[in-house]
Design a protein around this ligand. Structure first.
Ligand SMILES: Nc1ncnc2c1ncn2[C@@H]1O[C@H](COP(=O)(O)OP(=O)(O)O)[C@@H](O)[C@H]1O
Ligand SMILES: [Mg+2]
Length: 359
């Protein structure tokens, strides 16, 4: 199958390029609904970074992390090339053939040393800081952690996430040593970050939402959609890149766009109705902070009913439990910066509306 090439997102690309052009001073959180193209955007940028940057991209998605060992083995790329004592020499040699790496290079003996230490995080961060300091003479390190919320709740010698945030603040605001990007689809995580005192004034936020209308039309034009097909696509899936790619592929295999889009909507409506039915019959619970809360069917329904006539609502119109549940189920997306809640996508909005006609 022919691959669908990356479609440029000018606004977001410019924002990130501007950040990279200036001295690192803030942590950048790239957030947005699921499948809005955050990972694709970051990867495209990495592929086109000028030589003066050294990107390190770490994706925690789908990784099973339960302890430091797991986290460390994802954060680092172990170099089996023999024992090294001198980090500056090692950094210099690593820089010579540094391609796009999916971890911070570390000689195997130093990795093991860190591992034997009692306070692993301290040594781990100290190594990264040394390594970055050495390479920064030639190239500016760019550290990108995708789907960081995976370790959001993990407790290893205290909260790992806070130690990481502290370290990121040190790399950016204090030392101006490296650019740090944190990418996440989890709006509850961004909400926590946003209200976190230790991060206030120390980070900035970049919303990578679904494509806007113009970008969607340009993308579909490029793939030979006619006016009617473009209208159908926009009506059903809006600017959700993953769904647009699906429609493009279906069109290539000569399927009718309205049939495909119609069945996508039917499927999503069914999924939402099933979730509601389960809550109605069996009940459900979610954990908020360290409190376990009951999810109520009728409150969920009244929250969803607000979308019958509106595309988005203000955060304080939906109770926290319903919001938490619907965000976790990837039905709604909450944006703490604009204080709004909206469906994860156009398809979700339409599916909610259909589901509400049948409850
Ligand atoms: N700018 C783009 N151009 C073309 N396809 C894209 C673009 N952004 C996303 N996609 C498609 O959408 C899919 C989901 O995007 P992804 O970056 O994984 O979303 P996210 O990381 O926001 O959850 C990708 O696998 C790709 O097929
Ligand atoms: Mg992603």
């Amino acid at each position: 199958m022919k691959r669908i090439e990356f479609h440029d997102r000018e606004r977001e690309t410019k924002e990130i390029t501007d950040i990279l052009d200036s001295e690192p001073s803030l942590i950048t959180f790239v957030y947005g609904p699921i499948n809005s193209g955050k990972t694709a955007l970051i990867n495209h940028l990495i592929d086109h970074l000028p030589e003066c940057y050294a990107p390190f991209y770490i994706n925690l998605r789908g990784r099973f992390i339960t302890d430091y060992e797991d986290f460390q083995s994802i954060l680092f790329e172990i170099d089996e090339g023999g024992a090294v004592d001198n980090i500056s020499e090692y950094a210099r040699s690593a820089l010579k053939d540094l391609k796009i790496v999916s971890g911070i290079p570390i000689p195997v003996n130093l990795f093991q040393q860190i591992f034997e230490k009692k306070d692993k995080s301290k040594d781990m961060f100290r190594y990264i800081e040394r390594f970055f300091t050495e390479i920064s003479e030639k190239r500016m390190p760019v550290l990108i952690i995708d789907e960081l919320q995976v370790i959001g709740d993990m407790e290893i010698d205290g909260h790992l996430i806070y130690k990481l945030f502290n370290f990121f603040v040190r790399l950016t605001k204090e030392l101006h040593l490296a650019h740090v990007f944190v990418v996440t689809s989890d709006s509850l995580f961004i909400e926590r970050v946003y209200s976190e005192a230790m991060l206030s004034e120390r980070c900035k936020y970049l919303l990578a939402d679904d494509f806007d209308y113009e970008t969607t039309m340009a993308f579909l034009d490029h793939h030979g959609f006619n006016m009617h097909e473009k209208e159908i696509a926009w009506h059903y899936v809006g600017g959700k890149p993953v769904s647009l790619v699906r429609l493009i592929n279906e069109k290539r295999s000569e399927k009718k766009i309205e049939d495909v889009a119609g069945s996508m909507l039917k499927l999503r409506t069914g999924e939402i109705m099933t979730r509601l039915k389960i809550v109605k019959e069996l009940g459900s619970e979610i954990t908020m902070g360290n409190k376990c809360c009951d999810v109520h069917h009728e409150i969920l329904v009244s929250a969803l009913k607000m979308f019958a006539t509106r595309d988005e609502v203000s955060t304080n119109e939906i109770d926290e439990v319903s919001k938490g549940y619907l965000v976790k189920e990837n039905i709604l997306f909450a944006d703490p910066l604009s204080n709004t809640i909206k469906p994860q996508s156009m398809l979700n909005l339409l599916a909610i509306r259909e589901a509400m006609e049948n409850v």
